[in-house]
Design a protein around this ligand. Structure first.
Ligand SMILES: Nc1ncnc2c1ncn2[C@@H]1O[C@H](COP(=O)(O)OP(=O)(O)OP(=O)(O)O)[C@@H](O)[C@H]1O
Length: 262
């Protein structure tokens, strides 16, 4: 992989991703539910931010807002300087296509397509020429350690391999922003660790800005910053040499955010 995609001739000062005062309220039969409450977040190229917190704390809600898959009740999201919250459908689609790679919690691979064909989808959306597409797919398959597996369908691959395909699909168009929702949620701990290391490597080597939601404590150790959304009481966080962060030791008021820089 070479450098992340940028639009020629444009400069993008400041963070690649900037969320300000993001609030998402869901109407439910038992009343309004505040899933995200005034969340601020800025992520620069080359930075890996882990979003952690208990089930139901609002992690997926936040990621969906950052990806433009959902619109906030209030607040704004800017990607490469573009306010995607108030963008029209075409502009939103362009920003998502050109800047964002998204990894879904349940892989989201199309079962009838091979691994290579799944990975090819974002390149087709970008109307890349077939030769170039093939070269990029080979390159990204090598990066995620799946050389030689391109012709296999998802059901012919292990869970960890499917997760690598999902990651390859998110990275194939060299997105400047990687958003991954629990990318290791369905994997055993050894495979999860390998995937997390791979994400860390790719983000830091290629200066991708990344936000990854996780229950996995090893991701917190790899992250440049940890954003905690959760229950309970806010407490200062600290980390000694060689320590990992324990989610059990972290607590914050419900739907509040504590940001910690390791
Ligand atoms: N479309 C929706 N309509 C109503 N409530 C919703 C909707 N989506 C999410 N919620 C609620 O918002 C809250 C946050 O959900 P979210 O999926 O963001 O949590 P999470 O932290 O990602 O949880 P998990 O770790 O279990 O995936 C939950 O109480 C959930 O029930």
């Amino acid at each position: 992989m070479t450098t992340p995609r940028t639009t020629p001739g444009t400069t993008q000062p400041g963070p690649l991703l900037q969320a300000e005062q993001l609030t998402r309220v869901f109407g439910t039969p038992s009343g309004d539910l505040v899933a995200n409450n005034r969340i601020d977040l800025a992520v620069a190229p080359g930075e890996l931010v882990a979003v952690v917190g208990p089930s139901g704390a609002g992690k997926s809600t936040l990621l969906n807002l950052l990806a433009g898959l959902d619109r906030p009740t209030s607040g704004t999201v800017r990607v490469a300087g573009v306010d995607i919250t108030n963008a029209g459908a075409n502009e939103l689609a362009r920003v998502r296509r050109e800047y964002i790679g998204y990894v879904f919690q349940a892989f989201g691979l199309l079962p009838m397509l091979s691994a290579a064909e799944n990975i090819e989808i974002p390149l087709r959306l970008l109307r890349m020429a077939p030769d170039e597409r093939t070269a990029r797919i080979d390159e990204v398959l090598a990066e995620v350690g799946l050389t030689g597996h391109g012709k296999q369908r998802p059901n012919e691959l292990s869970g960890g391999q499917q997760q690598r395909v999902a990651l390859a699909r998110a990275l194939v168009a060299r997105p400047a922003l990687l958003l991954a929702d629990e990318p290791t949620g369905q994997l055993d701990s050894a495979t999860a660790e390998t995937i997390l290391e791979l994400i860390g490597e790719l983000v830091h080597q290629h200066r991708v800005a990344a936000v990854v939601t996780t229950h996995d404590e090893s991701l917190m150790a790899l992250a440049d910053r940890v954003l905690l959304i959760g229950d309970g009481v806010a407490s200062p966080l600290s980390k000694g040499p060689g320590d990992t962060f324990g989610i059990g030791t972290l607590a914050a008021p419900m739907h509040s955010v504590v940001e910690y820089v390791p």
